[in-house]
Design a protein around this ligand. Sequence first.
Ligand code: CP3
Length: 341
Amino acid sequence: MGRFVDALAGTRQAVPPIWFMRQAGRYQQSYQAKRRKYRFEQLCREPHLAAAVALDAVQEFDFDAAILFSDLLFPLNALGFPLKYDDSGPKLGRRLDEAGLGRLRDLDRAGDALAFQAEAVALTRYALAPSTGLIGFVGGPWTLFVYAMEGTHTGALVRPKVSMGLYRKFARILVPLLARAIREQLEAGADVVMIFDTAAGELSPAAFQQHIAPDLRRLAATQPGRLGYYARGIQAAHLGGPTSAGIGPWAGLGVDWRWDLTDVLAARGRTGFVQGNFDPALLHLTGTALRRAIDEYLAPIVALPAAARRGWVCGLGHGVLPGTPEASVRDFVRVVRRRLS
Ligand code: CP3
């Protein structure tokens, strides 16, 4: 059908599909032009604008999949947290505490407030070539809890880490909302929905297993084989092994640039897709230096037997960084396809 859905199906492929997290965004001139006319929230909330931004990235760089253009903090806004974006990033107008739990919007109202995301998925699907994949996404429950408490996912995260009782209560409200958003994105035409759990790598493997993994398993079980999981900074120990099998029936796993991709691809018992993991900082290289870095990255992967490369979704070990030269993104796509075909 197309490289991306073939990779999800585990079909053998010489040339892997290519998709980048944050492939639509500030490094792009076309995005900057749209941002001069619209605020970030408008680009996300108006489905035809969100679809146009997602499509621009695919058309300009020839990616094999589009991703819903949105942000992972909207579920918090749907639950009643004021949310604004300025040049330094998201600003949440309230912090979660025990007393605030009772003031959160109920599932029906919060779910309705997220309808714009599924609409954006549907419009994006409608405009995409049938052979191009489409990815939906939501934030992971721990990452959203961290944002709700701290307004950011960076720092020592002391308050969320010592508030696991509050996490439990919050997750009871949040997880059903995420499950509804996931279902609606899939019904609107997403081939797979990724859970981005950026802050989960701040937890020890034991805390991850104890507090987070049960919610992840619960989410994965709502759509077996249709969800992918990515958390920056986790190790195999978080997952209970080098594949996603230890934390539920996932369709696959994204891995950051610190993993040896050949270990993950060749892991015994792996069935799902593996997305990653070129270091996004290296996309600031250009020309021959970039080509050399890509060749070095690909060499051990190409040396794997073809069967071990099944399910590989070639991409970055996190998202495209602002300031990345567009030519480097274009070159990455071209060089990978040329080397592997
Ligand atoms: O192309 C794509 O990958 C889809 C779009 C996408 C965005 N955010 C758009 C965005 C995705 C998948 C996200 C996920 C997201 N959002 C994460 C998880 C991935 C990660 O980077 O860890 C997180 C933590 C957020 C929260 C968030 N949103 C932050 C911290 C920021 C500010 C910093 C930054 O990188 O811009 C945003 C804003 C944001 N989300 C922008 C975009 C294009 C920039 C908005 C602008 O100024 O135009």
